[in-house]
Write a protein that binds this ligand. Structure first.
Ligand SMILES: [Zn+2]
Ligand SMILES: [Zn+2]
Length: 230
């Protein structure tokens, strides 16, 4: 009774556009505009094999997987979640990440879950790290311990949208630090909302491995098709 009253008063909103979604996470119109990344996927970057663009790249992580392509409704939803305070949408994106984690990493025993961190300044400006929210959901459903302090961003880096892969790597060099007391010897699951070139995830993975982690596997809700960026 109370639950149905709450539903009536606060109907579930679409995680992508905010319209009333009639009992599902995403409305029918947005659902049609989601491109899922379907297996078989590249064993390194997680793109669908026919779209893989990672051949000339060296990553510090062992593997990355993503649930959806970053375009259309998904892009809209992630922007709202990240920049407009629509934190409730995080559950939908976390559920998509959980789906791909169990499909692709079913055999991996993770000892620790980490989120791609924000600098103190950005965190202060935005008020929340959206990746922490994703990790909160993932940890709750998988039981993997989430530590929001074990990986930190030491300083602000330049905005990356206009940078090439090489420029991104230079831009991020030495920006992240992991706490060896927390990560040494562990198999780490590292989460981000979007994988664009993989440079951020790779630099985070490098810091985590420098602190003694055994392996680093990445997961993101959405990815840009890698072969679109040089
Ligand atoms: Zn919608
Ligand atoms: Zn690839």
């Amino acid at each position: 009774m109370v639950a149905s009253l709450i539903k009536l008063l606060f109907p579930a909103r679409c995680a992508c556009c905010g319209a009333v979604a009639g009992g599902s996470d995403v409305c029918v119109r947005c659902k049609e505009k989601i491109t899922y990344i379907n297996p078989p996927v590249c064993e390194l970057c997680g793109s669908e094999l026919k779209r893989c663009g990672c051949k000339n790249r060296k990553y510090a992580f062992d593997r990355a997987v993503s649930a959806m392509v970053y375009e259309g409704a998904v892009r809209n939803g992630i922007r709202r979640f990240k920049f407009e305070g629509k934190v409730a949408a995080g559950r939908f994106f976390a559920d998509e990440m959980l789906r791909v984690i169990s499909r692709e990493y079913g055999d991996v025993k993770f000892g620790l879950l980490l989120a791609v961190p924000m600098s103190k300044l950005s965190l202060k400006r935005r008020g929340y790290n959206h990746c922490d929210i994703l990790c909160g959901h993932i940890s709750k459903k998988t039981g993997i311990e989430f530590d929001r302090r074990a990986l930190t961003k030491l300083r602000e880096s330049r905005q990356q949208h206009t940078l090439s892969w090489r420029e991104r790597m230079t831009n991020l060099s030495g920006v992240f630090r992991a706490d060896s007391k927390k990560v040494a010897g562990k198999t780490v699951l590292l989460a981000d909302d979007i994988m664009t070139t993989g440079a951020t995830l790779s630099e985070c993975a490098r810091a985590i491995k420098n602190a003694g982690a055994k392996e680093v596997f990445c997961v993101s809700a959405a990815m840009t098709e890698l072969n679109r960026i040089n």
